[in-house]
Design a binder for this molecule. Structure first.
Ligand SMILES: [Zn+2]
Length: 591
């Protein structure tokens, strides 16, 4: 689409939009609990959780089915593999049991020792409980009784737990969606803590478990609060009445999962003293917090209500993850937590990934990549970059280009930030609304039509970027935001031969072999070990680079694969491998 075609004006109609009602006048209907669930963590050293579910009716209705995935992480994880010792029901397929006749109670055991944010983890000091990985679907409101080991005193969750004595806690759960959306962290005394703070009038709780962070927790909380204030200011209001940060400080770990009024995030506590790592940690917390609006309140139509028993397909994860990735950098920048330089680096990193290291972006659109997340992004292999594109990376670049284009067309009257606020007012639901009865999520067609009506600008350029494999107009965005750049050889192996090289346990190995390159034609394969270049033994990248620089246009590579050694001749030719780098004369781009 050319620029001139994008300037057709639409009548601005923002005043007709509905307002998010965060404090409904009518009380939500309280439905009677249909079951009591006992979750017993009193033998944490076994990494096993004992579950007992008592149905309040005379007998268990229907089948007992366990979810296979957690919303926000688009991968079938087959949670029922961790279930054992089922009593009161017989198994009929991988995740389904049939209760015995007249049975009104079942009990079973769940193993949890995988320290990621999408499943259960329990050891003798901490536990992380993830709803979809712990209980079957109960199809109604229920009550939880959580029994903790004696010396455990840290407990965090968006569920409203009440102590009932003997280190036992009770909470009411509205429905399966509510349970699956409320992970729980708990820990032994001195292996975590809880602090509370207000953002405006909204209570926020920060609960951490695991190792002590290497920067003061009060600094982390003070910076977190700034991000909360800025995000709420951006959207005008919050879709929740209270919010819970649940943080697992686990050395060597990184990850996060969003929920409607909480987040479960993991970060390495030992590296926070380094400013780049600290910015990454704050970016992670900002990202998951932003998701409370974008993907939980404003959601693509297929993402809530969910079918927990199979894949839920959507073409719009570029919006959920890309826009969120863009603002998780812009918001900490605006709070003074990160610098313009690091944000510029992040923007150019995305440019480099797409332009240089991810030829798959010329083959698949972000709509396709989003749809296939279940089998592609979440199942990456050595060839993934040749045939797929990350909807995070390209989605964030779409957000950047969209922001620049919108500001340029409207002479800064509209920005993506301002537009997101209107999108939230139109499509947002609150954390208190049951998903089963909430307004449906957006379709892309309606969303873009709404953007056109609101800003008075055609938005067919966004549709084209989402559906097309053409490179995005990133140069236009860089120019608009005064980001100056130059092209440089970033990777000599990629640039001259078309493959990636990595050092791994004292060995040099090819990582990716790009399609249509010298390396591919010569027969180099991913994971090949590189032993020598032109008869010179090489054991690290610097030696290999020096050997390549000394050689002629034809370079002999001695490689090993599957127990055999052989020589390949690679012709040096100009491939990709030209990264872009920021150069000075940059001025701060406004959020
Ligand atoms: Zn995300």
């Amino acid at each position: 689409m050319t620029k001139s075609k994008a300037t057709k004006q639409f009548k601005k109609e923002p005043s007709t939009q509905k307002k998010i009602n965060t404090q409904p006048n009518s009380k939500p209907t309280v439905r009677k609990s249909i079951a009591t669930v006992e979750i017993d963590l009193r033998k944490p050293e076994t990494h096993r959780i004992q579950i007992k579910i008592k149905h309040d009716k005379k007998r268990w209705p229907g089948l007992i089915q366990f979810p296979v995935w957690s919303p926000g992480s688009y991968m079938v994880r087959e949670y029922s593999q961790h279930v054992s010792h089922m009593k009161g029901a017989s198994k009929i397929n991988k995740n389904t049991w049939r209760p015995y006749r007249e049975a009104n109670q079942i009990s079973f055991e769940v193993y949890g020792f995988d320290r990621i944010v999408q499943t259960n983890y329990i050891d003798n000091k901490i536990a992380i409980l993830v709803g979809s990985a712990l209980l079957p679907l109960l199809h109604g409101p229920f009550e939880i009784i959580l029994q903790l080991p004696k010396s455990w005193s840290v407990l965090g969750s968006a569920l409203n737990f009440k102590a009932t004595g003997s280190n036992s806690y009770k909470a009411k759960v509205r429905d399966d969606d509510h349970w699956i959306d409320c992970p729980i962290v708990t820990a032994k005394k001195n292996h975590g803590g809880t602090k509370k703070f207000l953002v405006g009038k909204i209570p926020h709780t920060f609960t951490w478990v695991g190792s002590e962070p290497s920067v003061p927790i009060d600094k982390i909380i003070a910076d977190t609060k700034k991000i909360c204030q800025r995000t709420i200011k951006m959207f005008g209001s919050a879709p929740f009445k209270q919010y819970n940060y649940l943080i697992d400080f686990a050395p060597g770990f990184y990850g996060g999962l969003e929920h409607r009024n909480s987040q479960l995030s993991q970060f390495d506590p030992d590296v926070l003293g380094d400013s780049t790592n600290y910015e990454a940690f704050m970016g992670l917390l900002a990202h998951e917090y932003f998701h409370a609006w974008n993907v939980k309140a404003i959601r693509p139509e297929r993402l809530g209500p969910f079918n927990y028993l199979e894949e839920n397909y959507t073409e719009d994860l570029w919006f959920a993850e890309g826009i969120t990735s863009y603002f998780d950098e812009m918001i900490p920048l605006d709070c003074g937590i990160s610098t313009q330089e690091s944000v510029n680096k992040a923007r150019l990193k995305d440019v480099n990934i797409l332009k240089d290291g991810n030829p798959g972006h010329l083959r698949r659109s972000v709509a396709e990549s989003s749809f296939d997340a279940w089998i592609c992004l979440y199942h990456r292999n050595e060839d993934w970059l040749n045939r797929d594109v990350s909807y995070y990376v390209k989605g964030a670049q779409i957000a950047w280009c969209w922001d620049a284009r919108l500001q340029k067309l409207t002479k800064k009257k509209w920005s993506l930030e301002k537009l997101m606020k209107e999108i939230y007012r139109e499509y947002g639901i609150t954390a208190e609304e049951p998903l089963a009865t909430a307004a449906p999520g957006f379709t892309r067609k309606d969303l873009l039509l709404f953007c056109e009506k609101t800003t008075g600008q055609r938005h067919n350029f966004v549709e084209e970027w989402v559906n097309s494999t053409k490179p995005l107009p990133w140069r236009e965005a860089a120019k608009f935001f005064n980001l100056h750049w130059e092209e440089k050889v970033h990777d000599i192996f990629h640039h001259q031969f078309g493959f990636g090289l990595n050092e791994e346990k004292g060995k040099l190995r090819a990582t990716i072999v790009f399609n249509g390159t010298t390396a591919e034609k010569a027969g180099l394969a991913p994971k090949d070990e590189v032993i020598a270049v032109d008869d010179i033994r090489v054991t690290n990248k610097a030696q290999a680079e020096a050997a390549v620089k000394r050689s002629q246009t034809k370079v002999r590579w001695l490689v090993a694969r599957a127990g055999r050694v052989f020589e390949l001749t690679l012709k040096s030719k100009k491939h990709a491998g030209l990264g872009v780098e920021q150069i000075p004369a940059n001025t701060k781009s406004a959020l």
